[in-house]
Design a protein around this ligand. Structure first.
Ligand SMILES: Cc1cc2nc3c(=O)[nH]c(=O)nc-3n(C[C@H](O)[C@H](O)[C@H](O)COP(=O)(O)O)c2cc1C
Ligand code: SF4
Length: 517
């Protein structure tokens, strides 16, 4: 029976994958063709979704941007045997966007049936946990430390050190919490892992739990990801049924289970202490640090809070060895980063690659430049609190430290591209407005400062005392940066300051002679 892959990933569903599936099933039945449908995740070539694939003896042949109305002609062209058709992209694994990647965390995403444990194992799943049980908790932490893996949620804190801190903290109970709140603009890597290879997250959390001595884990999932919740629920059930979770994980004697919790829609609940408050059933307000969650976390117990990607990378590190992972990347940025290329860009999608490519290579060579065909003017890296980077800095390598040198951050690896029609004063205003809306309200620089920031930018744009107000805005940014309790208020100034620094003319339009015409 021919296997036909139709993604169940939210990005594919959003552009009609479900209708395409129905059309394929109907057409196959009408023509008496026996097919087996597999609902895979997305390969990450998002501009080609819905990307339907057919398994042939030569490999999987892809057909991109399939609409229900294309289905009869696909059957006429013999697509079940990989037949030629205008929508064919040939062998998916030979497509340059796929072939040039180094997929470690995303190794199986888009390839396997996400909720089929046998398929997971057939593609190398489970080897990391088996290795962990073989070498014991202390060596697991050593291996993760050796790999150089840093937290992929934004701050880039070394995962091995965090795990060791929790493992060493005296306590009657410890916890693992996956931060799946993924609220940054232009980011979707967590979602793609959870929808395309949920067992890798389950395995990563189990490895972490084993290493730190925790028997319970939580996935804190943003409410806006219902498709993820569905896939995770199916995968958690399958894992329990197969004995991969429960009182005796894979016959090891180690007990571990995972509970899925749905967030309530606040950006600040992605901040780890606010997340813990929310997980405990309280309003998502930031806690002062110290104490760190590693010492006093969920229910006051030592807790590892890690991003989805951090935990989902642990199985590959254990299976392939910390040294292998550390051999990829540059400087202190070891391993790979699943880049999320979004915004006004031709080839938007997920591209996993070792650290070190320049921003220009990512935006122009991989992303293909702007979708509009106009010159790229700015790229916002690292979410809504990240800086705007102009083309003059496109030679910056994608590396935590190199970005920091320019007062920018790589954060969770999201890149949002803008062409030359963007108004950077409005983007700066959006940064402050976002902060005002999402502020948890605990501290004054963020709660009040962001609102004053919006008002000040409005005055600048209207041409009122422009230079004096720009100075006031810079002063306000300084106060927010150094006076805020957490990184929401502390980083909101970065998009504003970078816009002021790199695009000063956009703040002075009202006073330029052309404005009077
Ligand atoms: C306002 C704010 C929002 C955040 N949102 C997220 C998020 O959605 N996902 C995430 O993993 N980390 C987020 N973080 C970072 C977390 O606080 C924390 O550093 C991270 O979950 C630790 O995991 P890691 O070490 O694996 O990166 C956010 C931080 C701030 C200040
Ligand atoms: S900076 Fe903003 S979000 Fe963070 S604690 Fe202060 S008010 Fe809350």
């Amino acid at each position: 029976m021919t296997k036909v892959y139709v993604p169940r990933d939210m990005a594919a569903l959003a552009v009609g994958a479900k209708r395409v599936l129905a059309a394929i099933e109907k057409e196959a039945a009408a023509r008496g063709e026996a097919i087996q449908i597999v609902r895979n995740g997305s390969r990450g070539l998002l501009w080609l979704e819905p990307l339907v694939e057919v398994e042939t003896p030569e490999g999987r042949i892809g057909y991109g941007n399939v609409k229900p109305s294309d289905v009869p002609s696909l059957f006429d062209a013999g697509f079940l045997r990989g037949g030629a058709h205008p929508l064919s992209i040939g062998k998916v694994e030979e497509h340059p966007y796929w072939a040039k990647q180094t997929r470690v965390t995303f190794e199986r995403v888009g390839v396997i049936d996400p909720v089929n444990l046998d398929d997971y194992v057939a593609h190398g799943g489970g080897q990391g946990l088996a290795k962990a049980f073989e070498i014991g908790p202390a060596k697991v932490i050593e291996e993760v430390t050796k790999s150089g893996l840093r937290g992929r949620g934004g701050a880039g804190f070394p995962a091995g050190i965090k795990w060791k801190t929790v493992a060493d903290a005296p306590a009657d109970r410890r916890y693992v919490v996956t931060n799946a709140d993924e609220g940054d603009s232009g980011t979707f890597a967590d979602r793609m892992v959870m929808e395309g290879d949920p067992f890798v997250l389950i395995e990563g959390m189990t490895i972490c739990g084993y290493a730190i001595g925790a028997s319970k884990g939580f996935i804190y999932l943003r409410a806006e990801y219902p498709q993820c919740a569905e896939v995770l629920t199916e995968a958690l059930e399958a894992a329990r049924k197969a004995g991969w979770l429960g009182p005796n994980v894979r016959g090891s004697g180690f007990a571990f289970d995972i509970e899925l919790r749905i967030g309530a829609g606040a950006y600040v609940c992605g901040e780890e202490t606010s997340l813990l408050e929310s997980l405990e059933g309280k309003r998502g307000i930031v806690r002062a640090k110290p104490p760190l969650p590693a010492h006093v976390g969920f229910m006051s117990r030592p807790t590892v809070v890690n991003n989805v990607l951090t935990l989902a990378t642990a199985p590959a590190i254990l299976a392939k060895g910390g040294e292998y992972y550390a051999s990829l990347g540059v400087g202190r940025s070891r391993g790979t980063m699943p880049l999320q290329i979004a915004g006004n860009v031709k080839f938007g999608g997920l591209y996993e690659t070792p650290f070190g490519l320049t921003l220009g290579e990512i935006v122009n060579d991989i992303g293909g430049g702007s979708l509009s065909g106009r010159p790229v003017r700015a790229v916002q890296c690292g979410g809504p609190l990240g800086a705007y980077v102009p083309p003059s800095l496109f030679d910056t390598p994608f590396d935590y430290e190199a970005f920091q040198k320019h007062d920018s951050l790589i954060g969770h690896g999201g890149l949002v591209v803008f062409d030359d029609t963007v108004d950077m004063a409005q983007m700066a205003r959006f940064g402050m407005e976002f902060c005002a809306i999402e502020s948890c309200g605990k501290c004054t620089p963020c709660r009040i400062g962001s609102t004053r920031g919006v008002e000040t930018i409005d005055r600048i744009v209207e041409g009122v005392d422009v230079e004096a107000n720009i100075e006031l805005l810079s002063d306000l940014c300084h106060t927010m940066k150094f006076g805020s309790l957490c990184a929401l208020g502390g980083f909101a100034p970065y998009p504003v300051e970078s816009a002021l620094r790199h695009y000063p003319e956009d703040f002075r339009k009202a006073t330029l002679p052309a404005a009077a015409e």
